[in-house]
Design a protein around this ligand. Structure first.
Ligand code: IPM
Ligand code: MG
Length: 364
């Protein structure tokens, strides 16, 4: 089959990790006889530099015309000044909003061969396997008012955590749907003891749960959830939560897998179904790590696993996705490690070598 993909490498380590994901994609494509038509575009700091905006209309159009979008990372210390008029991250947020990618899936997996390379006791993290369903186009990131202004008594600023019941309902239904394919248990994470938006979240979730009598629904406060992730992560299976809570909790949870460099992500415009075709954007959960850029150091695995999620959810290629995931697992078992997951007695490799190893096994 032929597929049309938009590829947006972005900033920092973005181009390097994307190159490896494309390498693995090529290998698995050859193996199964698929062709990928790749169209490259700019987003983030590089786009500001070359096109004067963090996301051009043309790039957005190109993404709309594609079967899926593969993205590296955005962010550049040049724009860290809080007074900067533009930010690379704006391009990423615009893509999520404009493409309607409200459902962000972030699976947390602990590879058995990596357990020794984490900060956790084996008995705590052995067998950990859960998934976050993070709402991605609402909440504090997009809510209005959102501004900074001067008053006679100094400066003030506001961000608004806004949710409509429709926005809540569609994301919790994604959570229930995924719970149905797993252990039939859904944890909805909120701060309903304090926040109005969370109280609505909880009501809407309870109402929606009537359509899923087979699913065991639990509400968990976000602070308790942060604790539970560290204390007893095996307790977790499917978690659904709003945008900012999801952002913070997923970085925390990534440490269970050894590194943020292992946490993949899929952002979808509809209900995910294996073998079906939903528009989606696939990117690692980590940032552009500018200090690691251009040193052949960065871990490309989160991007490669995100690409596998693309095969599964946007291109309908289930077997091919599995092949890539198995290739990653094999390379981990064989003891190859990038710097961030390096451990005693393992073989340290750079970005390119890691990509080669996975590509060989995915194409074999
Ligand atoms: C993520 C990132 C982004 C977010 C940044 C880069 C805007 O941290 O995908 O988790 O906050 O959503
Ligand atoms: Mg984040």
């Amino acid at each position: 089959m032929e597929f049309k993909l938009a590829v947006l490498p972005g900033d920092g380590i973005g181009p390097e990790i994307i190159e490896e994901a494309v390498k693995v994609l090529g290998a698995v494509g050859n193996r199964f006889g698929h062709g990928f038509n790749l169209n490259y575009g700019l987003v983030g700091g590089v786009a500001i530099e070359k096109e004067g905006t963090s996301l051009s209309i043309d790039t957005l159009k190109m993404c709309r015309r594609s079967d899926a979008v593969l993205l590296g990372a955005v962010g550049d210390p040049k724009y860290d000044d809080p007074q900067a008029p533009v930010h690379p991250e704006d391009g990423l947020l615009a893509l999520r909003k404009e493409l309607g990618l409200f459902a962000n899936l972030r699976p947390v997996t602990v590879y058995p061969s990596l357990i020794d390379n984490t900060n956790f006791k084996p008995e705590v993290i052995k067998g950990v396997d859960f998934i976050f369903v993070r709402e991605l186009t609402g909440g504090l990131y997009f809510g209005r008012p959102k501004r900074q202004w001067r008053t006679s008594r100094g400066r003030r600023a506001v961000d608004s955590m806004v949710y409509s019941e429709q926005e809540i309902e569609r994301i919790v239904r994604v959570g229930f749907g995924i719970a149905r394919t797993r252990k039939k248990k859904l944890i909805s994470v909120d701060k309903a003891n304090v926040l109005q938006s969370s109280r609505l979240w909880r009501q809407v979730t309870i109402e929606a749960s009537r359509d899923y009598p087979d699913i065991d629904l639990e509400h968990m406060l976000v602070d308790a959830c942060a604790m539970r992730i560290i204390q007893n992560p095996r307790y977790l299976d499917v978690l659904v939560t709003e945008n900012t809570f999801g952002d913070i909790l997923t970085d925390e949870a990534s440490m269970l897998g050894g590194s943020l460099g292992m946490l993949a992500s899929a952002s979808l415009a509809g209900v995910p179904k294996e073998g079906s075709r939903t528009l989606g954007m696939y990117e690692p959960s980590h940032g552009s790590a500018p200090r690691r850029a251009r040193q052949d150091m960065a871990n490309p695995i989160a991007t490669i696993i995100s690409m596998a999620m693309m095969l599964r959810y946007s291109l309908g290629l289930t077997e091919e996705a599995k092949k890539v995931e198995d290739a990653v697992e094999k390379v981990m078992e064989e003891g190859y490690r990038t710097y961030d997951i390096m451990g005693e007695g393992r073989t340290k490799v750079g970005t390119k070598k890691m990509g080669d190893l996975i590509a060989e096994r995915a194409g074999g």
